[in-house]
Ligand binder design. Structure first.
Ligand SMILES: [Zn+2]
Ligand SMILES: [Zn+2]
Ligand SMILES: [Zn+2]
Length: 406
């Protein structure tokens, strides 16, 4: 697997530019994948200068929804030769702000990027959980916040008045296995670099970590947190550490002096080669202590069974699920509001639904659910909600054809 840094704060080779942002290109026999896109001012020029064929991209993974990771989405999706699978946490599309002394500033994804994601060049696959985004490549999904030392101290918020704090639950990392251990790519590591690495090890059954490359967001970290981070990093015994982007110079200097033989330089234009090792699908059970949204499955119902056309159903079954025990803990039957485009996804979101199992659904409706943070499973048979959920939880839900996909 060849990993090329296409966008980063610094430029390290000829004819390449830097910007505050981050983007990685992952290429192998079977992969043409972009992890983040930078702010959008340098990505395509740098790709050209580095001989990377961005048009061939087939998968994009977003680490989170900040502008410096999502800015080039409209350009990349417009230029792509085929339809692109885009994986992100649903919260990546929400408005994002940051408050400082001079006021509240918008720092989320641009309107254009949001429109590109829900456009026809792109198949948006939202997920809060670990997802295999390409053979052997995994996005972590939501990262449990285990260490209070890594609590977010900056004033990220979700409203222009700065009242609603943004915990950045969308923050995730990308990883794959090599003969020497896991290779981990970080976007900003807003969840905390140690929380992130612990989570990768949980997901991989404690595989050693070989390389960690990316933003560590230690720019604003106090000396105590830096000392703690360095102490914790020692337990992973990482062979190759490349602190990038929002690590900041003081933290970068501290990491380089603590791990002089482990740290490597990186910037726009840097290329890394790693041998991949295909792994079986990891255990999908997230840390129960983590702050994950509890799974709630919505199913459109007519006469006690799944209704093939979700717009025509007269009731919705909502089932609370204990993912670990694979059991249903509660079931409600609700009457939906009158069917109009966009109403049902919002209503189900307000009911706390995280997944919808449906027979058929058009792609526009699927995107509306995705925008509301609800994962869509289509092509399910006309069975009782209990049967469908039991099959879904054990991974044996047989999906037929999507009867609405025109
Ligand atoms: Zn960020
Ligand atoms: Zn950052
Ligand atoms: Zn960033």
């Amino acid at each position: 697997m060849t990993i090329t840094i296409l966008a980063e704060n610094t430029a390290l080779t000829r004819n390449v530019l830097g910007e505050h942002g981050l983007a990685f290109w992952l290429e192998s026999q079977e992969h043409r994948l972009l992890f983040d896109t930078g702010q959008g001012r340098i990505l395509t020029d740098n790709a050209q200068a580095l001989g990377v064929d961005l048009h061939a991209v087939n998968t994009i993974v977003l680490s989170h929804g900040h502008y410096d990771h999502t800015g080039a989405l409209p350009t990349v999706l417009h230029q792509a030769t085929g339809v692109v699978m885009l994986h992100a946490h649903p919260d990546a599309l929400l408005p994002k702000y940051r408050r400082n002394q001079s006021g509240v500033r918008e720092i989320g994804m641009s309107e254009e990027s949001r429109a590109a994601i829900t456009g026809e060049r792109c198949r948006f696959i939202p997920s809060r959980r670990v997802t295999q985004v390409a053979p052997g490549l995994y996005a972590t999904g939501e990262i449990p916040r285990r260490h209070p030392e890594e609590t977010i101290t900056e004033s990220f918020c979700r409203d222009p008045l700065g009242r609603d704090p943004d915990l950045l639950l969308d923050d995730q990392a990308l990883y794959f296995d090599s003969p020497f251990g896991s290779i981990v790519l970080l976007g900003c590591a807003h969840a905390g670099i140690i929380n992130t690495l612990d989570h990768v090890q949980t997901l991989t059954g404690n595989q050693p970590l070989h390389a960690v490359i990316g933003g560590t967001h230690l720019r604003a970290a106090h000396a105590d947190r830096l000392d703690w981070t360095i102490r914790e990093l020692r337990r992973f015994n990482i062979a190759c550490l490349v602190p990038l982007h929002c690590t900041g110079q003081p933290a970068g200097a501290a990491l380089w002096s603590a791990f002089p033989n482990t740290c490597r330089e990186g910037g726009a234009g840097t290329v890394f080669e790693f041998q991949e090792r295909l792994t079986t699908h990891p255990e999908q059970t997230p840390n129960p202590k983590g702050r994950l949204s509890p799974m709630k499955i919505a199913i459109p119902i007519a006469e006690g069974k799944l209704c093939m056309h979700f717009g025509h159903c007269n009731q919705f079954a909502l089932l609370d699920v204990d993912e670990k025990a694979k059991t249903v803990t509660n079931k409600q039957m609700l009457t939906p509001p009158p069917h109009e485009p966009g109403v049902l996804p919002r209503w189900l979101h307000d009911q706390g639904a995280t997944v919808i199992i449906a027979g058929g659904m058009g792609s526009r409706a699927q995107n509306l659910f995705a925008e509301n943070g609800i994962q869509v499973v289509v092509g399910a048979p006309a069975e009782t909600p209990e049967t469908l959920v039991a099959h879904y939880l054990t991974g044996t839900l047989v999906s037929g054809t999507n009867v609405c996909d025109h």
